[in-house]
Design a protein around this ligand. Structure first.
Ligand SMILES: Cc1cc2nc3c(=O)[nH]c(=O)nc-3n(C[C@H](O)[C@H](O)[C@H](O)COP(=O)(O)O)c2cc1C
Length: 169
């Protein structure tokens, strides 16, 4: 069983990867082990070795998973997979211009619940250019996981304070 937190992302154009990496850096600065993976290279079965997973998913094509996440979503929906020990939270990126019909994040959330995993909080869906929902989500996660020093550490390093700096690069 992995002691740290696994941060996964399902991306089309890279934004969710940047959010995932920001979370990893904040956790590391708070002294919490964390690793980031693209779901394209992370099997759902591997979640059996994890205690906590945070997932950033992008909305794509009216609820379909992005191509990189097809296999991950499919195997997560296998009823034989038991993840009753797992805690998780999902953050979903979408576009205001697109009609949102039950996105990839909602699908992953539903599948994890169906596998018996415990949601730390409900899925948050955010526009890719709005950072307030992310900050609110992260604050809830830090509270739920008792990552108290994360905010203090990030305040000392503006790069970690918000993904805005990273996203503008
Ligand atoms: C080809 C394409 C299709 C998309 N389809 C949807 C959609 O159906 N619903 C939605 O809410 N957002 C949709 N979006 C917006 C993405 O969810 C949004 O841009 C997100 O930030 C992309 O994250 P990523 O860079 O990690 O892939 C789409 C974006 C692209 C490029």
């Amino acid at each position: 069983m992995s002691a740290g937190i696994t941060v996964l992302y399902a991306t089309v154009s890279g934004k969710t990867k940047q959010f995932a990496q920001t979370v990893r850096e904040r956790l590391l600065h708070a002294g919490v082990e964390a690793e980031v993976h693209n779901v394209a290279r992370y099997s759902a079965a591997r979640l059996r070795q994890n205690d906590t997973v945070l997932i950033f998913a992008t909305n794509w094509g009216a609820g379909a998973p992005p191509p990189d996440a097809v296999e991950f979503c499919h195997s997560l929906e296998d009823p034989r997979l038991k993840l009753t020990h797992l805690k998780f939270a999902v953050f979903e990126l979408s576009s205001r211009l697109k009609v949102k019909v039950g996105g990839c994040g909602l699908r992953i959330d539903a599948a994890l619940r169906a596998r018996g995993a415990k949601a730390l909080l409900a899925v948050v869906t955010s526009d890719r250019r709005s950072y307030a929902p992310f900050e609110a989500w992260y604050a809830e996660i830090a509270r739920a996981l008792h990552v108290g020093a994360a905010r203090r550490a990030s305040a000392a390093n503006p790069e970690l304070e918000s993904p805005v700096a990273r996203l503008r690069k």
